[in-house]
Design a protein around this ligand. Structure first.
Ligand code: PHE
Length: 337
């Protein structure tokens, strides 16, 4: 009987130092497994003298049961402890602020560009585009600005080579479209243009929207009607519009178009330099020379064209006094629109 008691004692002392589930598992194998110590005692029962057998067997079974019970308890305790540890380790601090991706927003230039094109599209104009690296031919010559002509001084040009330039305006798109299509045409051509110029009202790259219309009976009054409709939609219904004589080699007659100063309502202020008027675009009746260049018969077709600076219009709409703000990418500025 002593060996049975000793077996239980040794189990109890081992069980005390078992601190993990694998260790408990080892104990189970060591005592209760097929080749375990308790199992061995049961197998050896036949060696015990018959009179002692029932009592001995009972004692072994009791030890077996109590070891099983003890192991069960230990296991469930350790499982609970493990679970607690996991809960603590995996705890989520739901009070931490989440990671957030700030929303972007449309650049003011793109926003106004979109508004301008929307207005013309609503009047039935189609959108066309042309290359920013342009042949001298399209940028100048086909627009009646020959090489070495003083009219080239109007636009400080980045030359890539003798025959290739960064386009200085969107007017070359007129020529490209007319070369490949026949009238009637009602087109706007938005895009980037480049001039070798930089101060508070000029940047080397800026945006223009070109517009033109060609058909058999287009008159200056059509130009006035379309531009007035645009200006009233863009700056408000009552905005005064004025056409001033001007010069462009590719239009004849040419005009510069002013709107009544939207800051002082025409009384005269710093922005309009006390004139009461703000210049917003150039325009005119397409020069017959341009039609000849694209193979249109100037006796049959007439047309108008205009070109406006998007930065200029955006600056007026939002009272921005320095064009460079558009390109500094300062979020404090960009978030205001
Ligand atoms: N291309 C001219 C400029 O950039 C603007 C313009 C376009 C004038 C069409 C008349 C007709 O200054």
């Amino acid at each position: 009987m002593d060996d049975v008691t000793a077996l239980k004692d040794s189990f109890l002392s081992e069980a005390q130092s078992a601190a993990s589930l694998p260790e408990i598992q080892q104990l189970r194998v060591k005592y209760l497994g097929k080749k375990g110590l308790v199992t061995a005692k049961l197998k050896a029962l036949s060696n015990v003298v018959p009179e002692m057998r029932p009592a001995y067997g009972k004692a072994v079974n009791e030890v077996k049961n109590s070891i099983e019970e003890e192991i069960g308890k230990l296991e469930s305790l350790l499982k609970q402890a493990d679970h607690k540890k996991r809960v603590v380790a995996e705890a989520l601090d739901i009070t931490l602020p989440g990671k957030y991706t700030p929303f972007g927003r449309e650049h003011p230039i793109n926003k106004i560009l979109g508004e301008i094109t929307d207005i013309f599209v609503s009047m039935g104009f189609e959108i066309e585009e042309g290359p920013e690296v342009e042949l001298d031919y399209y940028n100048f010559e086909a627009l009646n600005i020959p090489k070495n002509h003083p009219a080239r001084d109007m636009q400080d040009t980045f030359y890539i080579s003798d025959d290739v330039v960064m386009r200085t305006h969107t007017s070359p798109v007129q020529v490209r479209v007319m070369e490949k299509r026949k009238p009637p045409l009602k087109i706007i051509a938005p895009g980037k243009v480049y001039r070798c110029d930089a101060d508070i009202s000029h940047t080397p790259m800026f945006h223009q929207v070109e517009g033109f219309m060609v058909d058999t009976d287009i008159a200056f009054s059509d130009l006035k009607g379309v531009l007035e409709a645009f200006i009233h939609s863009m700056f408000g219904a009552g905005t005064p519009v004025r056409f001033r004589p001007s010069f462009f080699p590719f239009t004849e007659p040419s005009a510069e178009v002013d709107i009544g100063c939207i800051f002082c309502s025409g009384k005269g202020c710093r922005v309009c330099k006390t004139t009461g008027w703000l210049e917003i675009l150039g325009a005119g009746i397409i020069n017959p020379k341009v039609f000849e260049m694209v193979g249109y018969d100037p006796e049959v077709y007439t047309g108008f064209a205009f070109g406006m600076g998007v930065e200029r219009i955006t600056m007026l709409k939002y009272s921005i006094d320095d064009i460079r703000l558009f390109f500094e990418n300062d979020l404090r500025f960009l978030k205001q629109f």
